[in-house]
Structures are given as C-alpha cells and as structure tokens.
Design a protein around this ligand. Structure first.
Ligand code: SF4
Ligand code: SF4
Length: 477
C-alpha cells in the first residue's frame, strides 16, 4: 500500500462504492487508461525532487483510482500528495497510453475541495478563494485592484513594502506576491483601445456595443476573437496591445467581445469546478459567433483552459458552444505563423553589445508545450527576427515552478524548479528569455532579479515587436 493512504472500511470488497460522488468525477475509463509503465516518472518534477511514488504521476493516478474504487478514503496525506502536483502535464507528453492526467487531477481536486475541504486551510485559502470567486471574473474589479496595486508600488506604501519592517511583518506569500508583481501601468495606458494609436497605416478600430473591432487595411485573411486574459489585461496590457497590432499587421480582423471573462484556469486548478464551469459558459457565449475563425490568446494557461471548455461542459446545455470554443482556440503564435506576418521591417540591436547578434532563448510554458502541443510556431517566428540567434534552454519544457498560484502555495518546491530553470538561463546566457505565459514571466523575472542575472524575461510579442515595430519605435532589445 502507498504511504499516505488509509484503507476505507470498504477496502478490498469488489462492490465498494466509489468515494467520488456523481458531480463531475474523473471517469473510470480515463482512470483505467494508465498501464503503470512508469515512463512518466522521470518527466515529473515532484518525483525527480521527492523520489516517492505517491508524488509521481503513476502514484497519484493510483490514489485517484483507489478513491474511485472505494478502496481508500481521503486523508490529509493523500490530499497533500495530490496538492504537491504542479499540474504541468509533462507526464502527458511522455505517456504512451494517452492518459488525460491534467483533466483527472482537476476533477479529483474539485471533488476533494467540495467534499473534503481541499488541502490547505486558513487565511491564504480563504483569501485565494474569495479573490477567485469575486475579483478575478470581474474586469472592472480587476482594474480597481490593479490601480490599488499601482498605489502600493509607489510613495510611502511602496517604500514600506520594500522595507525591512515589511519583510518582518508580512506573511511570506504577501512578500513573494509583491516581489513578483511588475510595475503596473496607469489606468489609461492599460486599456486595449491604446492599440489603436499604433495600428499599421490604413487599419482602424471601431468601438461597438458588443465588441472592440480592429480592422486591417486590406481584405481580412481571417477573423479572430481575441481573448484578453484577466492577468494579461492588468499586468501585461502592452503585450495585449501589441498582440492585437501584430494580428492586424498579419491581416486579421480582430474582434474583442466585451462579454468575455476569466478563462477559469486558476479556479479549475484550485478545485473550484462549479466556478470554472460558470466562466466557461460565459466565454462560450461571448465567442459564439461562428464568423470567428479562431479564438486567439497570448496566455498559454488561458489557452489550455479554453481547450478544456468542451470537456468541462460536456453534460451542460452549453456543451455545443463550449466544444466550438475549444475547437477554435489557438495560441497567438499559431495564428501569426499560419496567417503570416509580412517581411520584418527592423533589425533589432543588442543592448549589451550592439556589434553582436541578439541572443534569444526560448522557454516552453507547460500549458503551451504539454497542454496544447505548441512548440514549433513560437521558435519559427523568433527565427524570422533579422540577425537574432535563437537558442533553446536545456530542458526548455521543464516547469519553471510558477504553475498558477503554486509558487505562492508551495514556495519550496516552486523555488527548486525555478532555480533549475535559472541555472539553464545562466548556462546559455541569453539577452532575452521568451515565454508566452504571464505566470512564467512573473516567476522567472523575480528569480532572475534576485539572482542578479542579466537576461530579461519577455513575452513572444515583445520579441517580435523588435522586428515588426510600430512606426517610429526603437528596436533596441
Ligand atoms: S502534472 Fe507535472 S507535477 Fe503533476 S504528476 Fe504530471 S508531471 Fe508530475
Ligand atoms: S506513462 Fe502513462 S501509462 Fe505509464 S505510468 Fe505514467 S501515466 Fe501511466
């Protein structure tokens, strides 16, 4: 028997009732896909670190299957083993049997959160769930929160947050959250409408009741819906604005529905499945127009969550709309590569040494590489930057440890993954490290700053903008 697993009173009886109830459990068919081959073990960051079976994909599946067969009941240790999982889905990439691990994990966490209180407790869990329920899905409240964060970064509050007193008085997760937060732009600069100032010649923006619409100068090659992502919207607004500009430059008509909301990824990872389903319903309706060839996002985590919408709502009256949303979801790199950017108009110069090639390393965000199988397109786009030398980081698809809010809830494990990632950055010594996911960018940038690395963490869009700048832009890296 695995450590951390208590036998239930029904242990060993073939007619045991599943511990899972009927609301959104992992399916027996999914659970039985695993053939116990163990090929996933060395791909798993927690197994590499902890070297025990219950902290491996195979061990966790065994635990889930035990719950499903009524052989075991949840214990704090069992919940901890499942909570330790980063949800990186590296195990899915190497699995020969096609085990849908990420989906099963989220369904199990949903059951544990709803019926067994989940893993963590206390202030942090209460704050996190309150934010996920009331703040994150509401774009106006997110903007107010961003303005407060901006206030907290400046003046006397900012000075206090950077002081030794704050280091002593504030809980670790608050200090870490503050250290990770990038400089928040003023409210007027965070609006997506700002992109209109930088559109290619002849392109225009129209403000309609249901959507913002960006129209290219010539005939549209594709019509895409743009998913803004709640975190990108407030922490990386310039990336969203530049993503829209590049899509228009590639010849896309870009529609940004006002009714869209958070993708629900953080909710699903945290076991708040009902909330994730409610958000998926809203997004399926917001992006319902079949005139949208693709639904495009520049956030890997959001893209992976939108791809799951069909499964999440498979038994819902919105199932068809959710399946359609999932089928049309694409990462920005896929659409830019497929529709095609024109020839680059600038050769970016290195800031470190203008005489040398700009050295760019690419990090594969888990939810892009493992969750969506997107690896080639971002690299192909980077290789089009004139004069750039594009290198892979060793173990480029190993998780950086960010994993949603995992870096706040499991700082020790997150930190050890981060340090391995930064070791590879230090070994390759690039000027830019590209990652198309806000969590990776925030987590790696904090780590790089604290370690004194010179490499800057940037989104793919920021690297591409060096070669396809808006008129009058500087193209220093
Ligand atoms: S999702 Fe990542 S951390 Fe979790 S079991 Fe799979 S490989 Fe391990
Ligand atoms: S690789 Fe797949 S089939 Fe093999 S043990 Fe891991 S999850 Fe199971």
């Amino acid at each position: 028997m695995l450590r951390g697993v208590s036998p239930s009173p029904l242990a060993g009886t073939p007619t045991s009732r599943p511990w899972f109830d009927a609301e959104d459990p992992p399916s027996r068919r999914d659970l039985n896909t695993c053939i116990h081959c163990g090929l996933c073990l060395t791909a798993c960051p927690t197994y590499r670190e902890l070297k025990i079976e219950p902290d491996s994909p195979r061990g966790r599946i065994y635990l889930m299957r035990g719950l499903n067969e009524g052989r075991i009941a949840p214990t704090p240790e069992l919940v901890e083993h499942l909570d330790n999982c980063l949800g990186c889905r590296a195990c899915e990439t190497v699995c020969p049997a096609g085990v849908p691990y990420g989906r099963m994990l989220e369904e199990t966490r949903g059951q544990l959160s709803r019926r067994a209180g989940g893993g963590s407790s206390g202030l942090m869990r209460a704050l996190g769930e309150a934010a996920l329920r009331s703040l994150v899905p509401d774009r106006d409240r997110m903007q107010v929160a961003a303005s407060l964060m901006r206030l907290g970064q400046r003046g006397p509050i900012g000075a206090f947050m950077r002081s030794g007193a704050a280091q002593r008085l504030l809980p670790a997760f608050a200090r870490r959250g503050f250290a990770m937060t990038p400089e928040i732009a003023p409210r007027r600069e965070r609006a997506l409408e700002v992109a209109a100032r930088r559109l290619p010649q002849g392109a225009r923006m129209e403000e309609r009741d249901a959507a913002l619409v960006f129209i290219p100068a010539g005939p549209a090659q594709a019509t895409v819906g743009f998913f803004t992502s709640c975190v990108m919207d407030v922490m990386f607004p310039r990336v969203n604005q530049e993503a829209v500009r590049l899509l228009v430059l590639a010849g896309c008509r870009v529609e940004v529905p006002r009714a869209q909301t958070c993708c629900g990824a953080l909710h699903a990872h945290s076991g708040l499945r009902r909330e994730a389903r409610a958000l998926a319903r809203r997004n399926a309706a917001a992006f319902a127009p079949e005139a949208l060839d693709f639904v495009v996002t520049d956030s890997a985590g959001c893209g992976a969550a939108l791809h799951e919408a069909g499964h999440l709502l498979h038994d819902d009256e919105a199932a068809d709309a959710a399946r359609s949303l999932a089928a049309r979801t694409r990462d920005l790199a896929q659409v830019l590569a497929a529709v095609g950017l024109p020839e680059p108009t600038a050769t970016p110069r290195s800031r470190r040494d203008p005489g040398r090639a700009l050295r760019i390393a690419y990090h594969d965000p888990c939810h892009l590489a493992h969750g969506q199988g997107v690896r080639g397109e971002p690299r192909a786009l980077l290789r089009r930057i004139p004069g750039a030398q594009v290198v892979d980081l060793p173990d480029s698809d190993w998780c950086c440890g960010s994993a949603g809010v995992y870096n706040l809830t499991h700082p020790a494990m997150a930190e050890s993954q981060l340090q391995h990632k930064l070791d590879t950055v230090a070994a390759v010594d690039p000027e830019l490290v590209v990652a198309s996911n806000p969590g990776c960018l925030l987590h790696m940038a904090r780590g790089a700053r604290e370690r004194g690395l010179a490499a800057r963490m940037v989104h793919l869009v920021e690297a591409l903008a060096l070669a396809w700048p808006a008129p009058g832009e500087d193209t220093h890296a």
